[in-house]
Design a binder for this molecule. Sequence first.
Ligand code: AMP
Ligand code: MG
Length: 411
Amino acid sequence: MITFEEARRRLCEQIKRGREPGRIIELPLLESLGLALARPVSARSDSPRFDSSAVDGYAISLPDFADSRSVSLPIVGTVHAGTTSRRRLKPGTTQQIFTGAPVPVGSDAIVMQEDVVLDNHQVTFHVSPKPGANIRKRGAELRRGEKLFEAGTVITPSVAQTLAACGFARVKVHSRPTVSIIITGDELRTPGSTLKHGQIWDSNATALKAALHALGVTDVHTQHVSDNPASTTRAIRTALARSDVVIATGGVSVGERDFVKEAFASNDVHEVFWRVNIKPGKPIYFGTKRQNGKTKYVFGLPGNPVSVMVTYQLFVRHAILQMMGHIEDNSTIRGILASQLKKSDSRTEFVRAYQEFTGVSLPKIVPLNARESHMTTGMAKADCLIVFPAEKGILDAGSEVEIIPIEWAAY
Ligand code: AMP
Ligand code: MG
């Protein structure tokens, strides 16, 4: 059985290989949130674009201040933000100017209105201005052609703001994948319906759709199939035809009624891995298929609701973010374990836990009790997964542990 690290390596290798130019699209800024830039972006013009005033005040020319500390000058005009005419400042005069307005040619500084005395059409200055004071210089932040963002930069509201400030209305990004979810299990019914003995409500469809929505992936189609090979094969065929990513849940283990793997094979899906040395989620399957000039990514997640969420976090979300152009992120953080953890098998276990920030040093990591993979309440309270290494049997209270934060959104 392969290790967690090896599984992730193979997954990322496949995603990199499948990054076709056809998946790069141009979108309006608002529709690109959470996606990553497909190409570096450079400034189209200097920023600021022109010398402008940083305050409400008066434009002055320094030679007028050469001899004395107290100077009076006549006001010969006003420059508002948005003024498009290019005015000059004549020596021996001042112009009133407002924040963001273009500085008249010939001005050496702007004096804040708080630092002057107004008398009719005359301004008296009691300060000696420094050259360039209160002037936002053209190009001080960015020069035209200068690199603004690297490829892979995720569009957040502030990235979008900077792009908008530089005049970009649209950006080239990696598109969001379309997804099909296939829920398998004869015992499953839609939440809200009445159950007979032996039946349960399907929670995986809601969980996966919610998780995908949090990533901004909304083209999601869901089917529920009963446990038989023909309908499973048919559902997978439909899903492969319609979506970039297919996620099946349940039926992927070695039970008599586990038909998912077999149905992937009969749809010519190429297996990249099946079974990973982890808990929960050991039976996870990942494969690919070339179809209509595109690479399709196929996941078979074990049916247990917690396994679904953990394997979603560890594999599916990881893959989808990279499809969306994000740079691979394998980072973990560290914390101090609040209570002892024990295990008897040699799988890497991902223990649901939450972080407590005590204000000093590393966060305290509190493991949740419901560790079995059908217990969703623990997952609902968790904000991180403790990585309990395969080779260890005990993690002591007070020891430093590695955690993977549980994150849902794309930024
Ligand atoms: P399976 O992987 O199909 O053997 O399912 C493992 C366990 O997860 C069984 O107890 C199933 O009843 C349960 N299960 C499978 N799919 C779902 C689902 N969509 N919602 C809730 N529980 C599920
Ligand atoms: Mg099943």
